[in-house]
Design a protein around this ligand. Structure first.
Ligand code: AMP
Ligand code: MN
Ligand code: MN
Ligand code: MN
Length: 288
């Protein structure tokens, strides 16, 4: 049976801990044949990843993971096979990055009021000159000895109702899908099991997403259980979305997730990569 491609991963261009070159080298060493780099709200790592992938015989799928505010929640939409030179996508992501920087300073102010001074500067120092995400704050606070794990920092400081939480103002679902499609990419609902949506809300999300031109949904994800994979395989089949798969790898610090260690899709799903060999990336010209 052909290998399941790994279509969701992060580098130091966002909140991963490996630079794009090292991420690609690790994937190749693990036997991964097709890898998508999908950093949060940025395409800054793609050029280096593509350069590193070519001599290793690894197919690098240019991607991005766009943060979306939908119905008062944060949803992530992965874009696959995007043209990274698309002005429409670039302008959208520039706005997301400006908001991220404002939010990071605001998180820093709120943490300072809560007895953790200088957290913005500290998080920025961990961000390799790239965007500052909540994960950087979490790693900083673990490093300061104020919590034992990144997961604990999120729970105590960074989620809704906690002192460092800032209500999100990301792109709308329509904008995110529009930017990805303008760049010739396929939009995919990332890790649907993470949102705690009721069946009614999930169907509402999927219905809206499809009407906007969304293509797929992650059935296999590093943050899904085997049971969730079957649940979302069924949504994919019944709601006629293509099925995607990705580890959501962030680095070797999380040893429970590894690049490319993905089960096969449950039967009856149509893999999003089924027709990829017919059209080399980017799949369409930028619609700018
Ligand atoms: P941001 O986009 O900056 O709000 O950060 C979102 C990222 O934080 C996700 O992509 C994960 O990498 C990480 N994250 C979110 N929730 C948790 C959690 N409970 N434990 C560990 N990491 C988390
Ligand atoms: Mn992340
Ligand atoms: Mn995500
Ligand atoms: Mn991700």
């Amino acid at each position: 049976m052909p290998q399941t491609p790994d279509l969701h991963s992060h580098s130091t261009a966002s909140d991963g801990t490996l630079p794009p070159e090292q991420l690609v080298a690790r994937a190749a060493a693990a036997g991964v044949e097709v890898l998508a780099l999908t950093d949060h709200d940025t395409t800054a790592g793609l050029a280096a990843a593509e350069r590193a992938a070519a001599p290793l015989g690894l197919t690098l799928v240019p991607g991005v993971e766009v943060s979306v505010t939908w119905g008062g929640r944060t949803i992530h939409v992965v874009g696959l096979h995007i043209d990274r030179h698309c002005p429409v996508l670039d302008a959208g992501l520039a706005r997301q990055l400006a908001y991220r920087d404002w939010r990071a300073r605001e998180i820093g102010r709120r943490l300072a009021a809560h007895g953790i001074p200088d957290a913005y500067d500290g998080a920025r120092a961990l961000a390799h000159g790239q965007l500052v995400g909540r994960t950087h704050f979490a790693r900083l606070i673990v490093g300061l000895g104020r919590a034992r794990s990144v997961a604990e920092v999120f729970k105590r400081f960074l989620v809704r109702g906690r002192p460092g939480h800032v209500a999100s103002e990301w792109a709308s679902l329509e904008e995110a899908v529009g930017w990805i499609r303008a760049a010739g990419g396929q939009a995919v609902i990332a890790h649907p099991g993470r949102y705690g949506l009721t069946r009614t809300k999930m169907l509402n999300l999927i219905g809206t997403f499809r009407e906007l031109g969304g293509a797929g949904i992650e059935v296999i994800s590093g943050s899904h259980s085997r049971d969730e994979a079957f649940v979302f395989a069924r949504y994919a089949r019944e709601e006629r979305l293509l099925a995607s798969a990705g580890s959501d790898y962030h680095g070797p610090e999380d040893p429970w997730v590894e690049l490319g260690r993905l089960p096969a899709l449950p039967s009856g799903c149509t893999p999003i990569w089924r027709d990829w060999h017919q059209a080399p990336a980017p799949r369409a010209a930028c619609g700018a």
